[in-house]
Design a protein around this ligand. Sequence first.
Ligand code: HEM
Ligand code: HEM
Length: 551
Amino acid sequence: MDSAILSLLGAFVLSIIGLFVFIWSLRKGLLVENPAAASVIFARGEIGRVDDPALAGAARDSMQQAAAGDAQAAHAAADEAELRDRIASDRSTAFPVFMFVAFACFWLIVGSFAGLTSSIKLHEPDWLTNQAWLTFGRIRTVHLTAVLYGWITNAALGMIIWLLPRLLRTRLHGAVWTMLGGALINTGIAAGIGAISAGWSDGMEYLEIPWQIAVFILVGFVFVVLPVLFTLVNRKVEHLYVSVWYMVAALLWISLLFLVGKLPGVHTGVQQATTNWWYGHNVLGLWFTPVSVGAIYYFLPKIIGRPVRSYNLSILGFWTLAFFYGQVGGHHLIGGPVPGWLTTLSIVQSLMMVIPVIAFSINMGGTLKGRMHLARYSPTLRFMMFGGLMYFASSVQGSLEALRSVNQVTHFTHFTVAHAHLGAYAFVSMVLFGAIYFMMPRVLNWEWPYPKLITLHFWLAAIGVTIYFVGLTIGGWLQGLAMLDAARPFIDSVNVTLPWLKWRSVGGSLMVLGHLVFVGHFLAMALRFGPTRTGAALFAHNNELELAYGK
Ligand code: HEM
Ligand code: HEM
C-alpha cells in the first residue's frame, strides 16, 4: 500500500475513533445543554440589545425598536469591566487587523479583474492573446491565487486576530509577530502571482505557487499562529466559545495542510493527484468553512442581541465537520485512476457532511426566529444571513454532486465552477464582507462614511453571484449531457455553453462593481471621509460612548 493511501486510511480510522469518543462523551453527559456558554459573547446587560457598528445612531435605534420585546434590555446596566477588556483587546489588534484587511482589499481587486478577464476569454477567445501572462491558463490561476490566498486568507486572518482576543478577554500577545507574518504571507502571494504570470508554477490546483516561494507563506503562518496560541494560553475566560474552537482549529489545520501539500518531491503520479485533492478540498473544508461558520456563530447572535439557540448543536457541528470533512477530497477524482474504495469512502463522507450542515442550519434558524426582519435594518446581518443560507445551499449541493450518477454529468463542466462560487463567494466571501463591515468602525475608530454604499455593495454582490450561479449551473449541466451523448460531436458541448458563459460575465461584472464600491468605501473610511457622527461606538473618543452603545 502506498503512502497516500496509508495516510488517508489513517485519517479515516482516526476520525472513526474520534466519533466514538464523541458518542461516549455525549453518553457521559459531558455535553449537556449549556445556555450560559452560548451567552459568553455578551457582557451583562447586552442580551436583547442589537448591535451593528455599520449603522449610525438613529438607524440603530430603529433596529432596536424593531427587535421589540426586549427593548427594556437596551437600558440594562452594562458590565464596565468586561467592556473595558474588550476595548483593550480592540486596541491591541487594531493595527494588524487593518493591515490584513487592507491586503485583502487589494487582492480582491486584482483577483476580480483577473476573474472577469478569464470569464470574457471563454466566450471571446481572440481577446488579449498577445501577452503570455494574459492567456487563460495563467490569468485563471492568477485569479484563483489572488482570491483564495490574497482575499479570503487575509480577510480570514484579520477577522481571527480581531475576534479571538475579544472572546478570550485579553490583548493580542505578540501583535508585532502577526504583522511580520502578514508581511511574509503577502510577499509570498505577490511573488507567487508574479511567478504564475511568468509561467512558473507547481502545476497542482490551489498549490500552484512554487514551493520555493511557498516557504514564505508557511513561515508567515507560523508567525501568525504562535501569537494566537500564546493569546489563547493567556486568556482570562474559563469557557471557550464555539467560534474559538472553529478558528483555532482552522488555523492549525491550514498550516499543516499547506506544509504537507507543498512538500517537494514526495508525491508523484496518481499519489500526487490524491494528495492534491486531499489538500484541495481541505483548504475549503478545514480552512474557509470553519472560519466562516465560526464567524457566523459570533456575529449573527451579536447583531440581533440573542444567544445562539442550541450551544450543543454548535459543538456537534464542529466535531462532525472535523470528523467527516478530512476525507471528502477523493470526490474530485471520481472516475479517475484511483482505487474505487477511495472514492467510495469520500462519497460516503461527503454525504455525512449533511450532519454538521443541518446542525448549523437548524441552530441558526432557531436563533433568528422572529428576528429575520432585522436584516432590513442591519447591513451586516444581511451579509451574514445570506452567507449562512449559502453554506447550507452549497454544502447540500456538494453532497449531491459527489454521487457518482450526478458527478458523471457535472465533472469537467462549468457546473463545478458554479458550485465553487456558491461556496467560495456566496457563502465565504459574503460572510467576510459582513465581518469587515462590523469590525472596521472599531478598528479605525471611524464610521463607514456612506452607509448607502453598503446596501449597494450587498445587492451588486447578491444579484451578481445569483446570475453567475444560475447561468453556469444550467450551462454546465447542458454541457455535461452533450459530452455524454456519443452521437453528438464534441463541439456541441462547447456551443451549448456560450450564452451561459456570457451571462457569467454579466453576473461577474456586477460582482466586480460591488468590489469596487466596497474597496472605494474602505479607502474613504481609512482616509477619514464623510461626516463625523456620534452614533457608532468610537472607543478612543471616550469610554462613555462605548458603554452607551454596547459592543
Ligand atoms: C458538504 C459539503 C460539500 C461537498 C460534499 C462538496 C462536494 C463537491 C464536489 C463533488 C465537487 C466537484 C468535484 C468534481 O467533480 O471535480 C466540488 C467542487 C468544489 N467545491 Fe464543493 N462541496 C461542499 C462544500 C463546499 C464549500 C462550503 C465550498 C466553499 C467554501 C466548496 C468549494 C468547492 C470548490 C472551489 C470546488 C471546485 C474545485 C475545483 O477546482 O475543481 N464546496 N465540491
Ligand atoms: C472573491 C471572489 C471570488 C472567489 C472567491 C472566486 C473563486 C473561484 C474558484 C474557487 C475558482 C475555481 C473553480 C473551479 O475550478 O472549479 C474560480 C474560477 C473562476 N472564477 Fe472565480 N471567484 C471569485 C470571483 C470571480 C469573479 C468576479 C469572476 C468574474 C466573472 C470570476 C470568474 C472565474 C472564472 C472565469 C474562473 C475559471 C473557471 C474555469 O476554469 O472554467 N470569479 N473562482
